[in-house]
Design a protein around this ligand. Structure first.
Ligand SMILES: [Zn+2]
Ligand SMILES: [Zn+2]
Length: 262
């Protein structure tokens, strides 16, 4: 299988298939009742995603696989300097990249200039799979540059980049879904990964809860650095999702795009 074919399978079919599967599952077994204007909400989130996908393809020539390939050919980065077995390099790089994304997410909450962009994600008045793709294009662009920097420092293998990007997307899609999991499964999964109930606490209107459960995939970092919430104060069914002092100026896609500049 050529690398390109491999990459396209990773970057196309699996994420889209998983996204549609979670969309279906959350409608069969929802955790919370559908909020008002749910169709318009989801439509505008999806529109932002399509716009982001188009903008990235047209305007950003930077590819993370390209960065990893260049680092490998130039012998740049930690993992290109040490001779570890391939599987251990891949495992370690995926783990370290997830750790790096945890800190990126923390930074988007702590630095006002980054929060201006990240609040578009949090302004969603409910949480479902479409929230997973509701990010301002500038935040995605900054994230791409940050990840490229991490890859250069690490000298991560190409396969690690593909696996990491896939896991990040699948993880974010799963954790934002409105899927009701049995309590035992939620508890078991939380030994290693974030779950929808865990990430919902992060979307609380209470800032004290917003500043917890940053993980999109592995949950260890939240447990390790004291940013872990087990259950939101008001409970999953009664908690308010979104931003506390929120008017309804961040619902349409054009409002989402302008929000960081207001
Ligand atoms: Zn956040
Ligand atoms: Zn989120």
């Amino acid at each position: 299988m050529s690398e390109l074919l491999f990459q396209s399978q990773f970057s196309g079919f699996i994420p889209l298939g998983f996204f549609l599967l979670m969309l279906l599952l959350q409608s069969i077994k929802p955790r919370r009742a559908l909020p008002e204007k749910w169709a318009a909400r989801m439509l505008h989130n999806a529109l932002l995603f399509v716009l982001n996908a188009a903008l990235t393809r047209i305007l950003v020539p930077l590819s993370l696989v390209g960065v990893a390939a260049w680092a490998q050919s130039a012998g740049v980065g930690l993992f290109n300097l040490v001779a570890l077995p391939a599987w251990s390099s891949i495992f370690l790089c995926v783990l370290i990249l997830d750790f790096a994304i945890y800190w990126q997410h923390v930074a988007t909450h702590k630095f006002p200039i980054l929060w201006r962009m990240h609040k578009v994600h949090h302004a969603d008045r409910d949480m479902d799979v479409t929230t997973a793709v509701r990010f301002h294009p500038l935040e995605l662009l900054l994230s791409l540059v940050y990840k490229a920097g991490c890859l250069l420092i690490l000298g991560a293998p190409i396969l690690a980049v593909l696996i990491f990007e896939l896991l990040l997307f699948l993880g974010a899609t799963f954790t934002h879904s409105n899927l009701k999991l049995p309590a035992w499964l939620d508890k078991t999964l939380r030994l290693v990964i974030a779950t929808p109930d865990a990430h919902r606490a992060h979307h609380s209107t209470l800032v004290s809860e917003q500043n917890t459960n940053y993980g999109f995939f592995i949950i260890w970092w939240d447990k390790l650095f004291g940013t872990y919430t087990v259950v939101p104060k008001e409970g999953h069914l009664d908690m308010a999702i979104g931003l506390k002092a929120q008017n309804d100026q961040c619902e349409r896609v054009d409002q989402m795009l302008l929000a960081p500049f207001k």
